[in-house]
Design a protein around this ligand. Structure first.
Ligand code: NAP
Ligand code: ZN
Ligand code: ZN
Length: 346
């Protein structure tokens, strides 16, 4: 075991505080990563505040990790010391079930191991990226291409892949009209990626306050959902809607914006159940679906795609002492568009 610095919260209402945690000794296929940046995802807030249920405390969140390889285990072949790497939401999975074998480790039938707030194979809780170092099996480490700097790459490891995966799965591309609901961490990556894939992109945000940004990021159209006319105007117009909102929405209103055979995909994960009328779906053979991050191979594909298209996150770099403040600002939709913690301040 080695001691490393981290920022942990002791409970759902407790502030983040500097602490020391232990990382395991390197196994043959493990990589020790010196973390440079860690993004703040809304999922960490849901978890830390126990909005999704009980969490394991003290909790060290962080699943948007970018850094460099500091040491490698004896059997590591994929990485060398000094390589630029990332870690996302999973640090291992069963590797045997049909979903793992299909490269969809995020849907591991035996449960993948989350980067934090999970009990790992060694029976210890996993601890995430709000930390100076992390030890991860090489198969769950991603290669960050040279074209993307580490600070703007970190959020790609969750926000990037969470949007890339459904956009690819539901065929976003030329001739497709795609709406992104919510211009936050996930949403802004959705706009960039959907635009780069060649789709016609519309942002549906609560207000027009971020309209200039949305258009600059690649949106063709931008509407405020607080404007009653928006839903009438856009009825039946989208092939695909990706809903990134962290709170419950009136789903029937959003589903009614889909054309025949359109799909609304929830990536936002509000704690409360949401309801929908069957008539909204059957009337235009619409689907209401969900999607969770992406597999390891697809995450690498997304990073390569982002490098090729010059895409990174729009970030606000903060120090470790600002985590609590950043959490409150994310909850208040006051984020442009991802907070990233500078690990030098841990
Ligand atoms: P975020 O940065 O807070 O973005 C969410 C955006 O939703 C806000 O910026 C805001 O955009 C909009 N919004 C917030 N509250 C709203 C409300 N009451 N009504 C309407 N719109 C509202 O959060 P994020 O990090 O992108 O994460 C978003 C959600 O996705 C969270 O629930 C998170 O847990 C989940 N998530 C899921 C996955 C997955 O694999 N499926 C992965 C990561 C995160 P506007 O100001 O533009 O309206
Ligand atoms: Zn996340
Ligand atoms: Zn599995």
């Amino acid at each position: 075991m080695r001691d490393v610095t981290a920022y942990a919260t002791a409970g759902p209402k407790a502030p983040f505080e500097k602490t020391t945690i232990q990382r395991r000794d390197l196994g043959p296929s493990d990589v020790l990563i010196e973390i440079a940046y860690a993004g703040i995802c809304h999922s960490a807030i849901h978890t830390a505040r126990e909005e999704w249920g009980e969490a394991i405390f003290p909790l060290v969140p962080g699943h948007e990790i970018a850094g460099t390889v500091a040491e490698i285990g004896s059997a590591v072949t994929r990485y060398q010391v000094g390589d630029r790497v990332g870690v996302g939401c999973m640090v291992d999975s069963c590797r045997e079930c049909e979903n793992c074998l299909a490269g969809e480790e995020q849907y591991c039938l035996n449960g993948n191991f989350g980067t934090y707030n999970a009990i790992f194979k060694d029976a210890r809780p996993t601890e995430g990226g709000y930390s100076s170092h992390i030890v991860v099996d090489q198969d769950f480490v991603l290669d960050i291409p040279q074209g993307i700097s580490l600070d703007v790459a970190a959020p790609l490891l969750c926000a990037g892949i969470t949007l890339y995966s459904p956009l690819k799965h539901w065929g976003a591309g030329p001739g497709k009209r795609v709406a992104i609901v919510g211009l936050g961490g996930l949403g802004h990556m959705g706009v960039k990626i959907a635009h780069a894939l060649g789709a016609e992109v519309t942002v549906l945000s609560q207000t027009l306050s971020k309209q200039q940004d949305g258009l600059r990021l690649g949106a063709d159209h931008y509407y405020a959902t607080s404007d009653e006319d928006t839903f009438d105007k856009l009825a039946g117009s989208f092939d695909l809607i990706v809903n990134t909102v962290s709170a419950s929405l009136p789903m029937d209103r959003y589903l009614s914006l889909l054309r025949l055979d359109g799909a609304l995909v929830n990536v936002g994960a509000p704690p409360e159940p949401q309801s929908v009328s069957a008539f909204t779906l059957i009337g235009s053979r619409r689907s209401w679906a969900g999607s969770m991050i992406g597999g390891i191979a697809q995450t690498q594909e997304m990073l390569d795609f982002c490098a090729e298209h010059g895409l990174g996150a729009e970030i606000e770099l903060i120090g470790a002492e600002q985590i609590d403040e950043a959490y409150d600002r994310v909850v208040g939709s006051d984020v442009r568009y991802r907070f990233v913690i500078d690990a030098a301040t841990f």
